[in-house]
Ligand binder design. Structure first.
Ligand SMILES: CC(C)(COP(=O)([O-])OP(=O)([O-])OC[C@H]1O[C@@H](n2cnc3c(N)ncnc32)[C@H](O)[C@@H]1OP(=O)([O-])[O-])[C@@H](O)C(=O)NCCC(=O)NCCSC(=O)C[C@@](C)(O)CC(=O)[O-]
Length: 258
């Protein structure tokens, strides 16, 4: 049987590919565990600087596997909580991964599938892609995904999307900051690859890691606590080798290859 998640590394970029196209890459326990393994592997690999999350088939991801959820509905609350906790941990893992994660969206991203997009740092999509949180249409709720959507696009916009369950097109997704670039399908892979290569060549890995950490953590704090934390991180970052090299190179008018 083929793996439900594929993993490969090329030129310092880890490509994690959802590979369950016949079920529109719906998230059951098998694919969730395989994604945990793939992201853990990418984080642990010192050679990997950037991660791309992409998918096989016509749909990026149709969200939670509803056939699997129907099976779990026969079980008790604790077993369902254990299952939803693994999904929550996966989303948190991607959101806080120590590497930049780029979503490459070749088709619809629905419910938990749209949630996957929101936890990635950057998203490239084809103009035909559609996005939406349809949980309310099937009597379920956008629970885990809502936290990340709120952070990404703000409460006003998030509420309207989560409560209406409507699908939005790629242009609207771009306008609200859910997606960052629209690229025609025949150019998508190449454009993502070029963007990832640019991050690898031009940016310090530790600077990207610390920037991501600050953005994630600063929102947990009050303005005063956040600024205090930011000042501490600023002072700490000055001591790193990358910062010494980067500043020296600028002042000597040299270009660094990271
Ligand atoms: C994505 C499109 C538009 C593609 O539309 P399409 O390309 O026309 O595909 P389709 O609808 O013909 O589906 C193809 C096959 O994929 C299956 N399939 C497809 N989706 C799922 C799914 N989710 N779970 C299980 N199976 C799924 C579907 O059952 C079918 O299987 P077949 O009949 O060939 O054996 C359409 O399939 C669709 O609308 N799917 C349902 C999407 C949906 O309602 N998702 C809600 C998931 S709930 C969720 O994610 C909860 C969460 C995580 O957000 C909660 C939280 O945050 O706490």
């Amino acid at each position: 049987m083929e793996n439900v998640v594929l993993y490969e590394v090329s030129e310092r970029v880890a490509y994690i590919t959802l590979n369950r196209p016949d079920k529109r890459n719906a998230l059951n326990d098998e694919i969730v565990e395989a994604l945990h393994d793939a992201f853990r592997r990418a984080e642990a690999d010192g050679q990997v600087k950037v991660v791309v999350l992409r998918a096989k088939g016509s749909v990026f991801c149709a969200g939670a596997d509803l056939a699997y959820l129907q099976q779990l509905q026969k079980n008790n609350y604790e077993e369902n909580l254990a299952d939803s906790s693994r999904l929550k941990e996966l989303f948190h893992k991607i959101y806080t991964l120590k590497k930049v994660v780029i979503a490459q969206i070749q088709g619809h991203a629905i419910a938990g599938g749209c949630g996957l997009v929101t936890v990635c740092d950057v998203a490239f999509a084809v103009p035909e892609a559609k996005f939406g949180y349809t949980e309310v249409k099937i009597g379920f709720i956008p629970a885990i995904v809502s936290l990340f959507l709120l952070r990404k696009i703000g409460e006003g916009r998030a509420k309207e999307l989560l409560l209406s369950g409507r699908l939005i097109d790629a242009e609207e997704a771009l306008s609200i900051g859910l997606v960052h670039r629209l690229v025609e399908a025949d150019r998508l892979e190449a454009e993502v690859k070029a963007y990832a290569a640019q991050l690898c060549a031009q940016n310090s890995a530790s600077s990207m890691e610390l920037s991501k950490r600050i953005i994630a953590e600063i929102q947990e704090r009050t303005l005063e606590q956040g600024l205090q934390y930011a000042a501490q991180m600023n002072a700490m970052a000055r001591e790193t080798e990358d910062c010494r090299r980067g500043i020296a190179a600028f002042l000597e008018k040299k270009t660094l290859e990271w």
